[in-house]
Design a protein around this ligand. Structure first.
Ligand code: MIG
Length: 789
């Protein structure tokens, strides 16, 4: 292809001059209060500012008339009533709520946004809003030298995206991902900017090809859409965590996953037969390596027809699913959107007959080549088709299947453009638009159709969905894995900032293919990768056809033992992780966090991409190079305990830490608490024991919530859940813990204890006011507690 040759750097490309081709909306001629906001009539367009909340303001531009206030399916929030004032001076209009001040310059409609105490968040660019006759829209903003940029969904490269230009156009990229591979499978036209500890966010609600340009000009950045509206939300922060809360208020938060979805998963393209799957499950069982899911990749189907099983390879899927479930293992099959063109195949026949597939405006079906050969593609923009597709999943749920894996839903097509023709028309619930205008919604809406279909068929059980493609709001339906990585150390390194930026973009439930998908892994890489995987929210080992098999035991006992240990560690930490999933469900905050999210005032954290936090008190600094057993670890403010060795490290500085192959550098902050199970075995009894590990300190307070519920039904939505409010107050002479069940639900544990690490001799332990004696164990003082429910 030409773009892969030197033709791509043909002389005569100039980004900066391209910006000059936009027309400006012109100066404001009148203003009017309307729809919970203010409409500005400008010389060449209309711009409407609308409050969604007092800390979220939306900006919509339309050239033709008063902007319509409809949104893409990414947006689930409704505008709230907000008290605001409008003041007009000769050259500006100022709109004030209790959380932000929006200031509009009249001469050329430029918008800046301030905190109530007058600190600038969003600054005006050297230009404002522009458009081209071709339908492109653009918006310019000021970029200060110290501004950092995070988010943008699924992107390769480092954590901070300043100096880059990022494009949103869902794309299947099998070619090795490198730091400039862009775009990838997910499009989340959103970012968070950080300036000296203060943050704001921009969400650009446009599903066509959009580009965020943080490189072409020194003091200005821009975001533009190839078609559609200029429609963006300013999220007024002013802390990074506030921005995520605001962004996920607009685009939604993840439901609680079933517990089995956050255990260890094993996959391969493909486990090709029932015997192979049974043998695999048996090996896990014999070796006592905990496992929750086995995936079925495309070979399970009859010639790649979705909603079928190959009779020879999988003669009795129902029995297979049943038997495996008995051992606590679920089957998750892959479902691609392409439906094989075959008039005797029901899904195809009924889809055509009932007009569910994408067509050209003139009425011809669109066909593209994918695994099944010539295929038609459901039009997920139509609610009627989403329902049809969702209901088809009864085929799987009748077999006892509770989770689905969506792949190729960019949609990927084997052709030059890698996707559907852009002039295909989508029904879009009565507002037809071309694929060019809606491309980035395809994966999201396939996810919506699938998740809701599963929900309807699962009778109160929580579904699990894994997806490759998506758009803003994908977190409401699916977990996201980062696509076709390779078994390269560099790809292990790259997976950290990738997942952290997804997390900052509202997608908490994310992880890469552990061990690497393409290319051959090896024992050392798989071991180091599994150590990281034990702490990434989504934890699946997956590898490609033709590569070495990479199940935990494939590289000999030395590696197997360590890999097993870390998979068990995952299970020990499940109560902590599950509580963090609950936080993601309620506030949108990611589980896997860059340090800047917890320490936004510490500039040392701004670029840190090779270590991460789990929640607000655990720090993971993996080794990600071959034959390396030492690394620099930056520990932010506070004191940190080495989880395995017990050494206490001073924060606010960098330490050289030693870690042989069997050790993941892992640190817990002193003065805080984590919730665990006593062992990583999967037996029922183990799950009925809760251990709360307090890392004693001599000063400071900490509060947290330990959450639990039945782990598989939707009853938690009605309050059938446990919320243990735990607070710990450390002083010179005592550690005072209070623990309180905040809901009525009775505790699901037979036993609950506190383990106090690093207690000083002279420190007493109080729990809910009473001095405790406890028993000294290897780990520290152990106190059994009974909590009132
Ligand atoms: O590129 O279904 O990213 O995880 O194993 C082939 C086969 C299509 C791509 C997915 C990969 C999956 C593979 N699929």
């Amino acid at each position: 292809m030409l773009e892969d040759t030197s033709f791509a750097i043909h002389p005569g490309q100039n980004l900066a001059t391209e910006h000059a081709l936009y027309q400006d909306v012109g100066s404001i001629t009148s203003i009017q209060r309307r729809n919970g906001g203010v409409t500005f009539t400008c010389e060449r367009a209309y711009v409407h500012l609308q409050f969604y909340r007092s800390d979220i303001i939306r900006v919509v531009m339309d050239r033709a008339g008063l902007p319509e206030l409809n949104s893409t399916p990414a947006v689930v929030a409704h505008p709230e009533e907000v008290d605001f004032t409008v003041e007009e001076t000769e050259d500006r209009v100022q709109i004030t709520s209790d959380r932000l001040v929006a200031s509009v310059e009249k001469k050329s409609f430029r918008l800046s946004v301030f905190t109530p105490d007058g600190q600038e968040l969003v600054g005006e660019g050297n230009r404002g809003i522009g458009f081209k006759e071709t339908g492109e829209v653009i918006c310019f903003k000021k970029m200060e030298p110290e501004d950092r940029f995070y988010g943008f969904g699924e992107k390769s490269g480092f954590l901070d995206k300043r100096g880059e230009s990022l494009t949103m156009w869902n794309t299947d990229v099998y070619a090795p991902h490198n730091p400039e591979t862009d775009p990838l499978y997910q499009s989340i036209p959103y970012f968070m900017a950080l300036r000296n500890g203060r943050a704001y966010g921009i969400y650009f609600d446009n599903p066509s090809k959009t580009t965020f340009d943080l490189k072409t000009e020194k003091e200005t950045y821009s975001f533009k859409g190839e078609s559609g509206k200029l429609d963006y939300y300013v999220l007024a922060g002013a802390e990074p965590k506030d921005v995520i809360e605001q962004y996920t208020h607009i685009t939604g938060r993840m439901p609680m996953p079933p517990k089995w979805a956050i255990g260890y998963h094993q996959s391969r393209y493909s486990y090709e037969s029932e015997e192979e799957v049974r043998a695999l499950a048996k090996t896990f069982k014999e070796k006592e390596i905990p496992l929750d899911v086995i995936y079925l990749d495309i070979h399970y189907m009859n010639e790649y027809r979705v909603f079928t099983f190959d009779q020879d390879r999988f003669p009795n899927p129902k029995k297979l699913v049943e038997d495996l479930k008995e051992d606590g293992i679920r089957i998750v099959p892959i479902v691609d959107p392409g439906v094989k063109k075959d008039p005797e195949y029901d899904t195809y026949k009924n889809g055509v007959w009932n007009d569910h597939f994408c067509k050209y405006l003139e009425g011809d079906l669109y066909f593209g080549d994918v695994w099944p050969g010539v295929s038609a593609f459901p039009d997920f923009t139509d609610g009627r088709t989403r329902r049809w597709w969702g209901n088809l999943h009864q085929f799987y749920t009748d077999l006892g299947i509770e989770g689905i894996w969506n792949d190729m839903n960019e949609p990927a097509v084997f052709n030059e453009t890698k996707t559907m023709d852009t002039d295909v028309i989508h029904k879009h619930d009565g507002d037809p638009k071309t694929h060019r205008q809606l491309h980035n919604l395809y994966g999201l809406l396939m996810g919506k159709a699938t998740y809701e279909g599963l929900e309807r068929n699962l009778d109160g059980k929580r579904p699990f969905l894994l997806t490759r493609a998506g758009f803003a709001g994908v977190q409401r339906y699916a977990s996201v894995w980062t696509g076709d990585n390779r078994s390269f150390w560099e790809h292990l390194q790259m997976s950290l900032p990738m997942c952290m930026n997804l997390g900052l973009s509202g997608v908490a439930f994310t992880g890469p293919d552990v061990g690497g998908f393409a290319h051959d892994t090896n024992g050392e890489l798989l071991t180091r990768w599994t150590q990281v995987g034990a702490f990434t929210p989504y934890f699946r080992n997956h590898s490609a056809i033709g590569t070495l098999y990479q199940e935990p035991w494939q590289f000999g006992e030395e590696y197997e033992t360590i890999i097993k240990r870390y998979i068990q560690l995952r299970y020990e930490w499940l109560p902590q992780l599950y509580s963090l999933f609950y936080e993601a469900h309620t506030s949108g905050l990611p589980i896997m966090r860059p340090l800047m999210l917890e320490y936004p005032s510490d500039p040392k954290t701004y670029g840190l991409y090779d270590q991460f936090m789990i929640g607000d008190n655990t720090l993971v600094a993996p080794i990600m190079q071959p034959e390396v057993t030492d690394r620099a670890v930056y520990l932010p403010g506070g004191e940190w305990v080495d989880y395995f060795g017990g050494t206490v490290y001073e924060g606010g500085t960098t330490h050289l830490v030693h870690a042989e192959l069997d050790t993941l550098p892992l640190f817990v902050k002193r003065g805080t608490v984590i919730a665990k199970r006593p062992s990583g075995k999967r037996a029922k009894e183990e799950q009925q024991e809760l251990e709360l590990h307090a890392y004693a300190h001599t000063k400071g307070n900490y509060e947290t919530i330990v959450y639990d519920d039945d782990g598989e039904t939707t009853k938690y939505r009605r309050g059938e859940a446990m919320k243990l409010g735990i607070s710990i107050e450390c002083q010179e002479d005592q550690v005072a813990i209070s623990i309180k069940n905040e809901l009525e639900w009775s505790l699901p544990y037979k036993k609950c204890s506190f383990v106090l690490h690093g207690l000083e001799d002279h420190q007493k332990v109080r729990i809910n006011g009473e001095v405790q004696s406890g028993v000294w164990t290897e780990q520290g003082l152990k106190v059994d507690v009974t909590t009132e429910s």
